[in-house]
Design a protein around this ligand. Structure first.
Ligand SMILES: Cc1ncc(COP(=O)(O)O)c(C=O)c1O
Length: 379
């Protein structure tokens, strides 16, 4: 049954054609066949844990639930180090003279750029939007970067970082692409491939994956775009179904699906999911999202809070997982689908039942510990 999408609905059911568009991003991603080898050569590299949560799956009456815990990534508490390190490595292969790397960030990517620049004995300047918490700023500074707050949202901070970089001869390492700025974001996406490749001995088997659904949270969509590229290339139309999750007030991808082209969210950018608080999809991710994902959904902050508590106060013998506001948002999207009456068509479209196996990626740990403590103490 084909569901008719409504203009004001909190989700969009896509009808992807499962093809790749020939563009700068896909052609660079084709060349990123050394990412896992590169990351393996970095100090502290270890595949992050993949945790099975049998009691959580019983609670929701589904097959198996797995969650990959990126809080263990390089001691950075988030997956972002994979992208920044690989992109800087690629840039320095061509331009070894670069002294300073610059970026705009809601937190995790900036910390990752600072850490990677330090590893290569380079400097980093990081711009953060208004409202970035002190905790997140301190975490970036701890990696040796200069951090400056911009009076504007994430999109405005990106423009500012670009202008200042051009003026000062710094190299911009941005995790979102726009016209004439596609190569570096594509290498960042290439870096994220390692995360998916790490599951090739467990869930990502050949010829068929051991999972039916993968929830990918999105800010600009680079992370989700990499996941889609990975699954589509490995499994073709036998890939698991992919659900994109965003905050209600930063629904750039959902808004773009509804318009049929890249557009900016009309949301007010007020969300606790800082890593997902982006206004416009990445040019490098959009074709992948459009052609290789099945559902796009926006969720209220309350579901993120609920998912954080669900993972922290684990069910029975399930392992306890410490997940941040953006980290837990994939599970939050699932909880919304399973509880909101409005989401019933999604459940049907995805055929969620007692045999469905699901993968979530906790993309960060408690990156703002004060916020995390508040959330777990408010039952
Ligand atoms: C913890 C976390 N999860 C997910 C994302 C989303 O990644 P993207 O902006 O590539 O969609 C981010 C981005 O900063 C993040 O920090």
């Amino acid at each position: 049954m084909k569901i008719k999408n409504k203009k004001d609905s909190s989700f969009y059911i896509n009808n992807p054609d499962n093809t790749f568009v020939d563009n700068t991003t896909t052609s660079i991603l084709d060349k990123c066949d050394d990412t896992k080898a590169f990351h393996s050569s970095l100090p502290g590299y270890k595949p992050t844990p993949l945790v099975h949560l049998p009691n959580l799956s019983k609670k929701y009456n589904v097959g198996n639930i797995y969650i990959k815990d990126e809080s263990f990534r390089f001691g950075l508490n988030a997956f972002k180090g994979l992208g920044a390190s690989y992109a800087i490595y690629q840039i320095l292969k061509k331009k070894s003279q670069i002294e300073t790397f610059c970026t705009a960030t809601d937190g995790n990517h900036g910390r990752a750029v600072a850490w990677s620049a330090k590893f290569f004995n380079k400097k980093a300047v990081v711009f953060v939007p208004k409202g970035t918490t002190n905790q997140r700023i301190k975490a970036i500074e701890k990696e040796g970067a200069i951090v400056e707050q911009v009076d504007g949202n994430y999109d405005k901070t990106c423009v500012y970082a670009k202008e200042v970089s051009e003026k000062n001869g710094w190299e911009l390492v941005q995790d979102t692409a726009w016209e004439n700025y596609e190569e570096i974001p594509a290498y960042i996406m290439g870096g994220y491939l390692t995360l998916f490749q790490e599951m090739e001995d467990s869930l990502h088997l050949i010829p068929n994956p051991k999972i039916d659904l993968v929830f990918l949270q999105a800010g600009v969509g680079s992370f989700a775009g990499t996941g889609i590229r990975y699954y589509l290339e490995r499994y073709g139309i036998n890939r698991p179904k992919i659900i994109i999750v965003e905050p209600t007030e930063a629904d750039a991808i959902l808004a773009s699906f509804k318009k049929g082209k890249i557009t900016t969210s009309l949301g007010n950018s007020k969300t606790i999911m800082a890593g997902l608080n982006c206004g416009t999809p990445s040019l490098g991710a959009w074709d992948l999202l459009k052609n290789g994902s099945d559902v796009s959904i926006k969720i209220d902050d309350k579901y993120s809070r609920e998912a954080i508590r669900e993972l922290y106060f684990s069910n029975g013998s399930d392992a306890k997982i410490i997940s941040g506001e953006s980290g837990a948002s994939g599970l939050a999207g699932f909880v919304a689908i399973m509880t909101e009456q409005e989401c019933k068509p999604i459940k049907e479209e995805l055929n969620i039942n007692e045999t469905t196996n699901i993968l979530f990626i906790s993309t960060e740990g408690a990156t703002d510990i004060d916020m995390f403590n508040r959330i777990i103490s408010e039952e």
